[in-house]
Design a protein around this ligand. Sequence first.
Ligand code: NAD
Length: 299
Amino acid sequence: MTAMSSIGFIGLGAMGWPMAARLVAAGHKLIVEDASQERAQAFAADIGATAAETPTDVARGADILITMLPTSAIVAQVMGGDAGACAALRPGTIVIEMSSGIPAETQRIAEAVRQAGGSLIDAPVSGGVPRARTGELTIMAGGPLEIIDRVEPVLRCMGTSILRTGDIGSAHAMKALNNLASAAGLLATVEVLLIGKKFGLDPALMVDVLNVSTGMNNSTQKKLKQFILSRKFSSGFGLDLMVKDLTIATGLAEEMELEAPFSALCQKMWKSAAELCGPGHDHTEIARLSEKLAGLELG
Ligand code: NAD
């Protein structure tokens, strides 16, 4: 799988667009598809690729097929629906499922791909839109090592850390758990700032202190000033997508009958924030729920 591979890429959203653009910049020939045909055509015209109308058309021309879609249900539909990719997979095609998905669903989709003559690995990412643009994502990879090794040069166009997590589905489990840790950190820090503000501390100064103290986390470094205190709420990662990830993570605990009360409360609060805000909001708007509960705004 060299720079000459023909790659199908389905899902050109906030993450998919810059990730696919990295592949084009590295010299790969891309066939792209998105539910928004306008978006696929805009990518073809602006970045340089062939736009296809259906997943079947993408699969017909691809050695490698990448999916970067909102949910496992959509991936299953794109792979197996009426105009689904499985119907036209070339023998030996490797499907790289880069969305954040549900491990058990991913295993089911992998079996459908296997029956269609291909193989699937799950390779979700962390790092958000900024690191998708620079090709510095963290990529978690689950599946047979020899398949991951074969596509590693392609993954390296999009990410700098490629971490093998185990069998198919293990990377999706890891990704959901990463986001649980990240979401808990963000929510806790928003409450910390609200308590501090009511006490009389300046929230921006608090972020500076946290960033050189043990309270530092990814949110203190990259989200609180940039998107919450600034009231921009434009990180590029949707609130609904975060709730999906947290529901996957807490679902894993439930499946294994493991008590995780803090995680369950965290998921519940994020879900309430999504209900409060409605669809189409940025995940940093979680602050609005805490602000409503506290009767105080951080901005
Ligand atoms: P997004 O909503 O911005 O983009 C999703 C894209 O998929 C859209 O362009 C949409 O039109 C397309 N799409 C939806 N249904 C489709 C279908 N049936 N066929 C073809 N295209 C379809 O989402 P995103 O932020 O790019 O996230 C994609 C995945 O990556 C999600 O699973 C998300 O959880 C994960 N993720 C996102 C980020 C982030 O910072 N945004 C970071 C890491 C992982």
